[in-house]
Unconditional design. Structure first.
Length: 474
């Protein structure tokens, strides 16, 4: 329990809550004193206004009836219940008429408002004794030197002040206790969620990559963090799976050419015929070149998937790349007895790496030429705008790929059985897929008859997001 409390008070959520509670307490305390001060000032101001009104009335009565009329008014009002004080005193300070038993010494010696509350003793209602109170007052001097004190008992304002302060303090205590309870509950909940995340993280670090960080579904910062880390874990799993597949494929697909290479080297070493040795060495060189091309393709795919070339992105003219590719592969198609049917929309620009996009297009054209059947056929090549994307399409009349295997051929080293008689490494379409993903594009394979009239083989499509044509470059 102590350990959990220690961890609880170390958590960021609890510390932030503590800061919020402290700030809340300070604001609430300021509010208590502010409201109290405002209420006191309001009561005092109302008291002074009331006394000022009575002073004006007594001035008017004195002008009309002299001191006798003032005496009569004071005697009449003194018999009425209330909080007002009325005192008439001689120039020497002797009380001549009042509704109080005595005053604090020196009160009548000052004219005008009495700055500080003064003490007085009032007559008990049952005449059994006197009690002391505080009052505020105003002293005026009449023409014959007689002084008149008009005051008001401060018992009601003081009691109001105490009630207001007690109510505000009680509210502050209730809010503080509520804030502490909420703080503890929030901190405990946050600690539980962090414990679950830590437990899942420990299992992941132990090698169980199937584990995922818990998501409560509240959409708070913990959920956002868990979602981000879960996406990262999904990416790591995919990369590990890709690495495992690459390792398996290398072990499977490169074993045969390496064995062939070793056998040719052994034959070259065993033969004494210079011509046979020369032929064997040329075969070794050809096999070595094929292996080098395979490893270069693997390295290129790894760089692309890792985003190592992302910093080399710049606006490029996709139309110019496709035109250059068509011009380069035109003679290759002619040698194979094929023709290129081109439809390229100009001034379509994308943000990307020119060499990688060119390599992807070369791979698609090379596959189309390699697998097209019979002379006199043509290969469809087009580039057009579709909404905010540029779509590149290559279609042929070759044997095509079964729809159920179109995703499989994008994997490294995967080759259909009927394709193994053709030269290749099984990495070309994997590279195209990686390049499309790097550029925010989409690589898809379809049956040609669904996209292009007059073609019955395979159609490969590359889609890239467009940018303004003015930013493109050749």
């Amino acid at each position: 329990m102590k350990e959990r409390l220690r961890l609880l008070f170390k958590s960021t959520a609890v510390r932030l809550s503590a800061v919020y509670i402290l700030l809340f307490g300070l604001c609430a305390a300021v509010m208590v004193f502010y409201v109290t001060a405002v209420s006191e000032d309001l009561v005092l101001r109302q008291t002074r206004e009331s006394l000022q009104h009575e002073v004006s009335q007594f001035d008017l009565s004195y002008e009309k009836g002299g001191i006798r009329r003032v005496f009569n008014i004071i005697e009449r009002r003194a018999r009425q219940p209330g909080a007002n004080l009325y005192v008439i005193a001689s120039p020497q300070g002797e009380i001549l008429a009042s509704n109080v038993a005595s005053l604090q010494p020196g009160v009548l010696s000052r004219l005008g408002w009495i700055d500080q509350p003064f003490r007085y003793e009032g007559f008990a209602e049952n005449n059994s004794g006197a009690h002391e109170n505080l009052a505020a007052g105003y002293v005026i001097e009449l023409d014959n030197g007689i002084r008149l004190l008009i005051g008001r008992d401060l018992g009601d304002p003081e009691r109001l002040h105490i009630i207001i302060r007690q109510a505000l303090l009680l509210a502050l205590i209730i809010m503080g206790v509520g804030a502490l309870v909420i703080w503890f509950a929030i901190g405990r909940n946050a600690l539980k969620r962090m414990d679950r995340m830590s437990s899942a993280s420990s299992k992941i670090m132990a090698g169980d990559l199937s584990q995922r960080l818990p998501v409560a579904g509240s959409g708070d910062e913990f959920d956002r963090l868990s979602n981000a880390l879960n996406l990262m874990l999904d990416r790591i799993v995919r990369l590990n799976e890709g690495l495992r597949q690459v390792s398996d494929n290398i072990a499977h697909d490169l074993k045969t050419p390496l064995t062939r290479l070793r056998n040719k080297a052994a034959d070259a070493a065993a033969t004494e015929n210079p011509e046979e040795r020369r032929t064997a060495l040329e075969g070794i060189i050809a096999e070595s070149d094929q292996l080098i091309r395979t490893f270069n393709a693997l390295l290129m795919i790894s760089r692309v998937e890792a985003g190592a070339v992302a910093a080399e992105m710049s606006p490029v003219s996709l139309s110019a790349i496709v035109e250059d590719s068509a011009e380069l592969y035109g003679p290759v198609a002619e040698e194979a007895g094929l023709a290129l049917d081109c439809a390229i929309e100009p001034e379509l620009s994308v943000s990307g790496n020119r060499e990688l996009i060119g390599q992807a297009i070369f791979n698609l054209l090379d596959n189309a030429i390699k697998y097209s059947e019979g002379s006199g056929q043509s290969i469809h090549l087009s580039l057009k705008r579709e909404g905010d994307r540029a779509v590149f399409t290559v279609a042929d009349n070759g044997p095509g790929i079964p729809p159920s295997r179109m995703d499989d051929v994008k994997q490294r080293f995967f080759r259909l059985d009927e394709s193994r008689s053709k030269p290749g490494t099984g990495l070309g379409l994997s590279l195209v897929d990686a390049v499309a993903a790097l550029h925010g594009g989409v690589f898809s394979l379809r049956e040609a008859r669904d996209l292009v009239d007059g073609y019955a083989g395979l159609a490969a499509m590359l889609s890239f997001p467009l940018i303004d044509a003015q930013h493109g470059s050749d």
